[in-house]
Every structure is written in C-alpha cells, then in structure tokens.
Design a binder for this molecule. Structure first.
Ligand code: DX5
Ligand code: ZN
Length: 215
C-alpha cells in the first residue's frame, strides 16, 4: 500500500523543506490539494506553486482538484508537472472530455466522489480511469474525523475490480482522517493508496509516522 502525504497540513512557509522531509521519510506519492473557494469553501494553491515544487522532488505528484469546472485549468495542471490529476465527479459536466484530454497527455486520471455521492454513480466510468479517490471526510479541510462507513465503497470497488480484471485497472485511494488507529481496517478493505495530512505533519518524526501507515 502506498502512502501519499497531503501537504495541506505542512508548514507552507517551508514547503520545499517539508516535501524533502517526507520524501526522505519514505513517502510514495505527494498529495496536492487544490481548492478554489467555490467547489469547497477553502482556498489553497494552484499551478504556479506546483510548478515551483516540481524541480524540488522526484515524488509522484498526485493532484487532487477540489475545483469547479476543472476543465478550465486542466492544461495548466498538466503543464506544471502533475503525474495524476483527480477531478471531482460532482464538479463538472465534462467528465468524458477531461478523461480524453488527460489520457492523451500520457498522465493518469482519477475521479473522486464526496461522502454523499453513491459509488454506483460512477460505475460507467470505472473502465476508463486509473484511480478512484474515495473521500472519507467532506472535502475542504485537513484534520477531520474519518467516516468508517466509506469503507463500504472501497469494498465494492475492490470486489468489482477482482471480478472484472480485464476491464478494471483502477487503484483505490482514500482521503481524510487516516491515522494509525484506522489504517489496518482501511488496508483490509482493499485500499491501494492512503492520503494522510495531519497525522503525518503534526508529528515531529515524519519517517516514523509514514512507517506506521506502511505496516
Ligand atoms: C481534504 C483533503 C485531504 C486532507 C486530508 O479535503 O482532500 O487531502 O489534506 O487531511 P487529513 O489527513 O488531516 O484528514
Ligand atoms: Zn485530498
């Protein structure tokens, strides 16, 4: 299972150093939470910040777009070095078009769903995508409480993939409230990639925090 620290809980005044520290601490991916103050009430950062971070690390850039009409800025995120772009199912009417553009660029495409969106809603997209991101908190902030009932979505996704390996190749990622107390349950449900923000960045030893999620 991969661990993708979310820099949302990092010290933004020392972002480069923070990323080096989690890279040295064994992070597999870097999770970048982009928020627009519209799809979610909070605001974070966009392509210029990601562009500055790109030469600083060789970590895989897992870009989570919590923005309305992500098609508008899609090319910018591709240009600044995103490796995987995850858009929200609820944020656009142009999912098929977005999938096509990202696939053509050679990068990976993920789809995310908010806690209240049933998993069946995106079933017809599963054969076209590289990753599905199950939100286990309402998107918008770090440090919220994990919603264990979201693991039912993970179990369904795993069963669908196991039963249809020819058509389904997606990774299952979970985001929100992950810590050392729920990680075993999360792993057992079938998650391939865990995002963790506050659990890692609130600790002084990032390596120990990341290892505790890997085990
Ligand atoms: C929430 C973000 C998450 C957030 C997770 O909208 O998508 O990636 O950083 O933070 P924690 O791990 O603190 O719940
Ligand atoms: Zn996220």
């Amino acid at each position: 299972m991969k661990v993708a620290p979310s820099i949302l809980s990092a010290d933004f005044s020392r972002l480069g150093e923070e990323i080096n520290a989690i890279e040295n601490g064994g992070a597999d991916w870097l999770h970048l939470d982009v928020m627009d103050g519209n799809f979610v009430p909070n605001l974070t950062f966009g392509p210029p910040v990601i562009k500055c971070l790109r030469p600083n690390t060789s970590l895989f850039f897992d870009v989570h777009l919590m923005i309305s009409t992500p098609e508008t800025l899609l090319q910018d995120f591709l240009d600044v070095g995103a490796d995987l772009i995850t858009i929200h199912y609820e944020a656009t009417q142009k999912i098929d078009e977005i999938i096509e553009i990202i696939k053509k660029s050679g990068k990976k495409i993920g789809i995310s769903i908010k806690p209240n969106t049933p998993i069946g809603t995106i079933k017809n997209l599963l054969d076209k995508i590289d990753l599905i991101l199950v939100m286990s908190v309402e998107p918008g902030w770090g440090g919220q409480k994990f919603m264990p009932e979201m693991l039912e979505k993970v179990k369904k996704l795993k069963a669908w993939r196991d039963n249809n390996p020819e058509n389904y190749h997606y990774l299952i990622e979970i985001d929100g409230g992950i810590n050392n107390e729920n990680i075993l349950e999360v792993k057992k449900a079938g998650v391939d990639v865990v995002v963790a923000g506050s659990y890692i960045f609130k600790r002084s030893n990032y390596k120990a925090a990341i290892s505790s999620l890997h085990q």
